[in-house]
Design a protein around this ligand. Structure first.
Ligand code: PHE
Length: 335
């Protein structure tokens, strides 16, 4: 055993002498003094030796351990600390910058929308995301068996409670608590029970616009929407109003813009049509005025609803709505 000890010491000192890096020294330490190291095992075997020679071998082994530890320490100190070695230090490299946060693209889009409508005299309004059937449908001229309910597959939370499928219920809430003139936009989250794919997600953002006063006309609606679209997408972008149907507006229209991806030539985003639908609008239906106690003979108004995700995607050429909700830092840090 003594011979073995001497061999270990000799080998160890030689290896330590030759070691060039801290990693090598660490490896030597582990080989000898680690949990499964040679010296550790040898010390562990002492208890099986005859009692007569145990103390002697024991103290020799402990001396060997101390000697090796001292040699390891000495060699470590004689090596230059790694960061001072010239080849590792490039003082011309730029420093590491702390990570900077940025606003979510949907937030940026919303801020821009609010800015534009503030400029046109609109105020901000809000409503709850958990709505009653009455506000989300009934007061908007959609009684229980109305076929238009099928257009918005709904998450029900109970018999009368649901996750709102549109921001239009905010129209009702605002009109119930105020008298004309009313001029608001109401942005917020809406929910639809839809198959998830690149173009639709079960949650997304809309904003609603509503203006009610005496003598409000469809011409004013066209003016405001054209103004908004030109501010948001840039002047001169071709757009068109198409007749459409919504239970809570009459007449109703949808607005298309010339496809911003292909410029109208036809591509997969516009489904070869050259046009992209971006919003629904119309003159507030008299039945809605009646539900909130406004006199439809005295007042008229327009309303519009627009997908925030949708216009954000078009503005930046984002082809998958799911990117907004995955919070992948590689996507988000581009904005
Ligand atoms: N709420 C309608 C939708 O989600 C959009 C809309 C709003 C249409 C206001 C007309 C007036 O499809």
């Amino acid at each position: 055993m003594k011979a073995e000890l001497e061999r270990i010491i000799k080998e160890a000192l030689k290896r330590i002498e030759r070691a060039q890096t801290l990693q090598e020294i660490e490896r030597i330490r582990l080989d000898l003094l680690g949990r499964k190291g040679r010296l550790t095992q040898l010390l562990r075997g002492l208890k099986d030796l005859p009692v007569a020679i145990r103390p002697e071998v024991g103290s020799a082994a402990n001396r060997a351990k101390a000697q090796i530890e001292a040699a390891l320490k000495g060699r470590t100190e004689s090596l230059p600390p790694p960061q001072e070695r010239k080849e590792d230090l490039d003082i011309t490299l730029p420093g590491r910058k702390p990570w900077e946060g940025s606003l979510h693209p949907l937030t940026l889009t919303l801020q821009r929308i609010i800015e534009i409508f503030y400029g046109m005299g609109f105020e901000l309004a809000e409503g709850p995301e958990v709505e009653t059937d009455y506000y989300n449908f009934e007061a908007l001229n959609m009684p229980p068996d109305h076929p238009a309910r099928d257009m918005q597959d709904t998450y029900y939370l109970g018999k009368d409670l649901l996750l709102r499928t549109q921001t239009s219920p905010v129209q009702i809430r605002v009109m119930e608590r105020s008298k004309p003139p009313v001029r608001i936009i109401a942005p917020g989250r809406v929910y639809r029970h839809e198959a998830i794919n690149a173009r639709s997600f079960t949650v997304f953002y809309q904003f609603e616009g509503l203006y009610v006063d005496q003598g409000v006309t469809f011409g004013q609606l066209k003016g405001v929407l054209t103004g908004f679209i030109e501010e948001f997408f840039g002047k001169g972008i071709p757009l068109r109003f198409r007749p459409s149907f919504f239970p809570f507006t009459e007449p109703s229209a949808e607005v298309d813009i010339r496809c911003v991806i292909c410029g109208g030539k036809g591509c997969s985003v516009c489904k070869q049509r050259g046009w992209l639908e971006i919003l629904g609008a119309g003159m507030v239906d008299p039945a809605v005025f009646q539900a909130v106690g406004y006199d439809p003979e005295k007042f008229s108004g327009y309303a519009f609803g627009l997908g925030i995700d949708r216009i954000a995607m078009l503005k930046w050429g984002i082809d998958d709505i799911r990117l907004f909700y995955e919070n992948d830092i590689r996507f988000l840090s581009q904005f």
